[in-house]
Design a protein around this ligand. Structure first.
Ligand SMILES: Nc1ncnc2c1ncn2[C@@H]1O[C@H](COP(=O)(O)OP(=O)(O)O)[C@@H](O)[C@H]1O
Ligand SMILES: [Mg+2]
Length: 351
């Protein structure tokens, strides 16, 4: 996986030239890479082509409200801390800015040392978030690799041994002429071996969804849903758009894993009797929703617990340049909604 180095860049958005130059010099001297904008639109143009971990923005700009910058950062899903610079008198504006996702604010006139400290803290926060994100996407990749390895080991080791045991049993049985009891034992053993082989095959398929690469996500999903429904008795209604076709194997595998996790959670936690699945194309996005009629849960509270399933789903969607939204309330069922760009994934093709 390629990892871009974290660059400590700041975008200063300030219409007063003296203040702007002062801030640029102050941060440049500390080793930050600084870019400046005097107007809101200019800042948005810069932000659409360049990434900044930290933005220092005056709330009162000649052309736009400072909150427009915050909205832009939010809409683009940028991992950026926006520090608002404001005068004492505009406390209402500060509150509005914090509501729009500002990280912090600083009042004018400011002491350079305090400003530098706040910016350093913001930079560190974004850097740590980046490290955490990088780590969790590495975990997803490593898990996928490990599953393949285990699947291969089980298939090549246990799977092969079982096949040999089965053949040997058959050979012994054919050599026995008149030992009804032994034959019955051997037949019993053969059935047992057969069942174990099926179980091994089920485990290896789950670990390594080679069926996704072989028959494609849509077909593999249908097969999975059939088995799931049979095993759990949960009724599934699937509405899959005819317009969808997939070219990107990485995308198919991640979507398949998201479905697997969401459905396993339904079987394990929800007590649901029905599941509605919808897979559709909206503009340039794939919408994939899995809704159950189970007992639901309090999502913010569950975040604190250490289940890796929800984290993994989010991580997989993020790798594909998308998001997972979980809508759930106790007593009202759960919907796992995944939105990812249609077409090839953003990340390098490592699985
Ligand atoms: N469909 C669902 N219905 C009810 N509760 C759910 C559902 N999906 C997830 N949960 C709750 O969210 C928690 C976290 O899920 P997850 O991260 O997959 O971890 P795990 O499945 O290992 O517990 C679960 O323990 C469960 O309490
Ligand atoms: Mg789970």
């Amino acid at each position: 996986m390629d990892k871009k180095p974290f660059i400590e860049k700041i975008l200063v958005i300030e219409n007063d030239q003296t203040v702007r130059d002062f801030l640029r010099d102050l941060f440049s001297m500390k080793g930050y890479i600084v870019k400046t904008a005097s107007k809101g639109r200019e800042a948005i143009d810069i932000l659409s082509v360049e990434y900044f971990p930290v933005i220092l923005a005056d709330l009162i700009l000649p052309d736009l409200r400072g909150t427009a910058i915050l909205d832009h950062v939010e809409q683009q899903g940028l991992s950026t801390a926006v520090l608002i610079v404001t005068a004492y008198r505009s406390i209402d504006l500060v509150i509005e800015a914090l509501r729009h996702g500002a990280y912090d604010y600083i009042t004018k006139p400011f002491a350079p040392q305090i400003l530098l400290h706040r910016v350093a803290m913001a930079m560190e926060k974004i850097r740590m978030e980046e490290i955490a994100r990088d780590l969790s996407s590495r975990i997803v990749y490593a898990t996928e690799e490990e599953r393949r390895r285990i699947s291969r080991d089980i298939h090549d080791g246990i799977g092969q041994s079982l096949a040999i045991i089965k053949l040997t049993l058959k050979a012994i049985r054919n050599k026995l002429i008149d030992s009804a009891e032994i034959i019955a034992d051997i037949d019993g053993l053969a059935t047992h071996v057969e069942e174990t082989m099926e179980e091994v095959s089920r485990i290896t398929k789950n670990l390594n969804p080679s069926c996704v690469t072989e028959v494609g996500f849509l077909h593999a999903l249908r097969l999975y849903l059939e088995t799931f429904s049979k095993k759990t008795g949960i009724q599934i209604h699937a509405d899959v758009s005819e317009r969808l076709s997939f070219q990107d194997v990485e995308q198919e595998i991640h979507l398949y894993r998201i479905a697997q996790e969401a459905l396993t959670n339904i079987a394990k936690h929800s007590g649901a009797t029905k599941v509605n699945i919808r897979l559709d194309l909206e503009e340039d996005h794939i919408l994939f929703s899995i809704a159950d009629n189970g007992k639901g849960f309090d999502e913010p509270q569950e975040k604190g617990k250490c289940g890796l399933g929800l984290i993994g789903m989010r991580e997989r969607a993020a790798i594909l340049g998308g998001k997972v939204y979980i809508e759930s309330l106790p007593g009202q069922g759960t919907t796992v909604r995944t939105e990812v760009p249609y077409g090839s994934s953003k990340s390098p093709g490592v699985i």
